[in-house]
Design a protein around this ligand. Structure first.
Ligand SMILES: *Cc1c(COP(=O)(O)O)cnc(C)c1O
Length: 428
């Protein structure tokens, strides 16, 4: 059967109740599952049969919602995690371990930058950062024999750079490794990285997918197209027996479509335990059901606010890839033809001080360390999310000290613009 269109999948994907079953995705609020015999349960432990035995590993509610996200991204398998941080860590650590190397775009979320450059470095995993605007030569030069993956964000938070997914995928594949794309800001409604060559897609579902600022969560989707066995020597974790799991070789037993997520669940979720609760997965699904409707309005408001700011005399520069003339406009036309997101960033002529007066004068937009929910909010990254970075790193990440990131919500655009106008009036 032909897959349904994205809007229908947002509403009804992942869960098809049988005769007499609940119409809504049920919240299976149970840590454990009952079996008649020890042998029945043993088969589950051995991954010989599929089913549930302990919610740290799998839970039906989470699986329904993960299946919906997999369908939205055009992937073969998916899992939910407790946060976006856990999703990115799991996705990378599922492939790279001590002594390995990764290539990452330098324009990424501050939390991910910290995870890669500090915490994973302590674990013995080194990373080379490349500009999202690098040439093929620069990109290829970043690889080493022990490189295990390439990482980037479709639309980077907060720099709003747009990744050339095809370029990064091509380089990754030429070096026999997969491309992981964090698709948080675009959401599968506006971009499906797997269709452009990405192999693994991650999400902080805390953002648009939840969309209401109610629950922290993450997701990992496998596109199922990367042939692990063709690069056996690079990925022993997938291509040789896992002694911690009864000698299973994931790539053989679960194939290209299932190996990555099965290993990630069986090893990393088992050992690190960063699960999403079934209750949170239920909330996540409520967000998914309206994602396609909300994204349209977020983008419409983002576009109108960006156009207003662009023409304002107190504004130095606006970054929004929907603006003709934006550095990423052409690339966005290719990868994000229906819109990008509701996040607009801009630099006030008065720098850090002006940004502070402006933000403190806003009435509708709240100052929050958050983006992508129904209510408009704003932030000065240099003094908050990115404060662990020095000026040089901030510049490399495309986040100058006076930058304001505004996440346009679902309010009336004219109200948002009037609020911005009165706050800009207060700036000297
Ligand atoms: C917020 C964010 C993360 C981290 O997600 P949490 O859910 O906050 O852990 C990762 N990547 C991007 C692009 C984000 O915006």
């Amino acid at each position: 059967m032909k897959p349904y269109r994205i809007e229908t999948t947002c509403v009804q994907g992942g869960y098809t109740p049988k005769n007499g079953e609940p119409r809504q995705i049920p919240i299976v609020q149970s840590t454990t599952f009952k079996y008649d015999t020890g042998e029945d349960m043993g088969k589950l432990f051995d991954l010989e049969a599929s089913g549930y035995f302990y919610t740290r590993l799998q839970n039906p509610t989470n699986d329904y919602v993960a299946a919906k996200i997999a369908a939205l991204e055009g992937g073969t398998a998916a899992m939910l995690t407790s946060s976006g941080q856990a999703a990115n860590f799991f996705a990378m650590f599922n492939l790279a371990s001590c002594g390995d190397h990764m290539v990452a775009s330098s324009s990424i979320y501050g939390g991910t930058f910290n995870l890669i450059s500090v915490t994973m470095a302590k674990m013995g995993i080194e990373t080379t950062f490349v500009s999202p605007d690098c040439t093929d030569e620069e990109l290829n030069a970043a690889f080493r024999p022990n490189t295990k993956l390439v990482f980037g964000e479709t639309i980077a938070n907060p720099a709003l750079t747009v990744l050339d997914i095809e370029q990064f995928a091509k380089a990754a594949h030429a070096h026999g490794v997969p491309l992981i794309v964090d698709n948080t800001f675009a959401t599968p409604v506006n971009c499906r990285p797997i269709e452009w060559g990405a192999d693994i897609v991650t999400h902080s579902t805390t953002k648009y997918i939840d969309g209401h600022g109610v629950s922290v969560g993450g997701a990992i989707v496998d596109g199922g197209k990367f042939d692990w066995m063709a690069h056996k020597e690079k990925f022993p974790g997938l291509c040789t027996p896992d002694e911690s799991y009864h000698g299973i070789t994931y790539a053989e037993k679960f194939g290209m479509g299932g190996a990555f997520i099965t290993k990630c669940t069986a090893q990393l979720m088992r050992d690190f335990g960063s699960i999403q609760s079934p209750q949170h997965a239920f909330y996540l699904n409520l967000g998914l059901e309206s994602l396609h409707v909300r994204m349209e309005r977020h983008c419409e408001n983002g576009q109108k606010v960006a156009e207003y700011l662009q023409n304002h005399p107190k504004v130095e520069r606006v970054s929004y890839c929907g603006l003709p003339g934006d550095k990423y406009y052409e690339r966005a036309q290719k990868y994000l033809p229906h819109g990008s997101c509701g996040v607009v960033s801009f630099e006030l002529k008065g720098g850090r001080e002006a940004a502070s007066v402006f933000m403190n004068s806003l009435r509708l937009a709240a100052i929050e360390t958050h983006v992508a929910d129904a209510r408009t909010c704003c932030l000065n990254p240099a003094s908050t999310t990115h404060r662990q970075m020095n000026d040089e790193q901030l510049k490399a990440a495309g986040v100058p000290a006076g930058l304001v990131r505004m996440s346009c919500g679902l309010e009336n655009a004219d109200d948002l613009i009037e609020d911005i106008a009165q706050a800009l009036d207060k700036v000297e």
